[in-house]
Design a protein around this ligand. Sequence first.
Ligand code: FAD
Ligand code: N01
Length: 536
Amino acid sequence: MPESKTLPASLDAVIVGAGFGGMYMLHRLRGLGLTARILEAADGVGGTWYWNRYPGARCDVESMQYSFSFDEALQQEWQWSERFAAQPEILRYANHVADRFDLRRDIHFETKVASATYDEAADRWTVTTDKGEVVSARFCVMATGCLSAARLPDIAGIDDFKGETYHTGWWPHEKVDFTGKRVAVIGTGSSAIQAIPVIAEEAAQVTVFQRTPNFSIPSRNAPMDAEYERWWKDDYRSKRLQARMMRTGILYDINPQSAVEASEAERQAEYERRWANGGTAFMGAYHDLILNKASNDTAAEFVRSKIRQMVKDPETAEALAPKDHPIGTKRICVDTNYYETYNRPNVRLVNLRKTPIETITATGIRTSAESLDFDAIVFATGFDAMTGALLKIDFEGRGGTRLSQVWEHGPRSYLGLQVAGFPNLFTITGPGSPSVLSNMIVSIEQHVDWITGLLSHMQARGLTCVEATEAAQEDWVAHGEEVANRTLYPTAASWYMGANIPGKPRVFMPYIGGVGAYRERCDEIAARGYEGFRLA
Ligand code: FAD
Ligand code: N01
């Protein structure tokens, strides 16, 4: 258990969240000589990797890239054991970072922020925790995470079930033993696709309740290849610089050709090559897969044909083959033996499009066709993404304006970094920035470095207040919409669009202009004296 410490009454900065974003922000603010504390709801660091301990939880960005680049010694000394790191290893890494940079002494664990109110006269924020502790701070940095507000579905009878229930995003710290049990999994997003094959190896029966199938690419995960690790480490700095300028912040080869300009045989060979290599680099097969429906159809059909080959039962294969969205417009999944798992005798798919869930009962789940009994239900039902964790905090900005009002019709921000009317409040990887469309550690470092540069600029000039202007915000929101509408993304009912939450405004929340282009834009804005921000 972390030792409890008293929250100071006044600080230069409060950071909310001790995931990778909050930890790096603390490190940089210390470098500026500011007094700062992290307030964290959990009893440990790691954020996503603290909470999501479900079986099979793993990164889909290669370990050599899904790690901090800000410290050369750190990146040289840490050794990843696999091509794609599993959750326990990433959590160990997060703890290593906390220890190496002596971060824990400024982290208040088990401390959940409930509200933050801007005091115009003092030009400071009053931050209140759910236990009633109050701290005043000049700056507030929200490192609350884009996928940190886990969400249970609104299925009738959800509280009636008497067996064990789990959500992938709130997984227990002790191992859950499914041996001999009948397990239901609700959902077939990335979390479910990772968890199902592992649970199926242990449980007596696994029944998967699928509403919408997703596209998944095999990871081809393997122990870390020593030569590959050396290739990265020999020249880490310059490779990281290249990655930062890529569309997704991940260094991989993107074919500049259009899929429809290639011949059928060329396309097949290219998709086969990428399928064999594994991972999300599949989407780099042609540069226009996410722009042109005809191009996208060729990749989607390739994956559907793979599913039909892998899954023996034709009805199950057809149900697993996604047809309602272009490939990549929902976060593409990466798996180990997902489709093959449906060939196991103890695994069954229930297609909710044909037989929807009517209710959860005391003993199991009733669909329109049958009643099934279970010992455990796993909810792999996702998150209130991007805005969920932020809107759980009651923010009151200039003139008593609430963030929930300003974002009533969807999130609005300048660069995903600040919201007009909320001075000195920053959001790391906030809506309106590339964030969830990228290697998030690259995006986190970019935001933290940029905020640090801004605060240093202010320190040097004796300035104490920074706020995005309405005009800059309007332009940025319009630009974000315009760029998104050039792609196929808005055609899918994805969590990027808020479509997984009933009643949530349908707005494409992240910025799709590309990580490299976005970084250049942020740098230009800084070089022009923080254009679009009012400094005082
Ligand atoms: P988080 O890690 O989400 O941390 C936010 C922290 O804020 C949490 O600890 C939370 O408890 C705390 N918090 C929130 N609200 C409050 C409050 N009111 N008061 C106090 N504390 C609060 N990204 C990739 O780039 N590649 C991947 O392969 C990848 N895999 C993922 C797998 C899973 C299962 C999930 C859920 C996400 C994955 N992501 C991945 C995204 C992942 O969230 C980011 O990569 C990254 O870990 C985010 O770090 P963060 O610090 O911004 O937020
Ligand atoms: O959540 P999701 P997730 N009845 O929202 C279903 C990252 N991540 O936790 O699509 C029945 O994708 C829902 O069905 P539908 C990654 O960014 C990364 O899996 O709404 N089903 C869907 O199938 C990812 O995108 C990794 O029809 C219901 C599922 O629940 C993000 O986190 C691993 C339902 C939710 O899928 C979220 O992934 C894990 C209902 N009432 C997570 N409500 C990596 O591999 C919801 N569903 C890196």
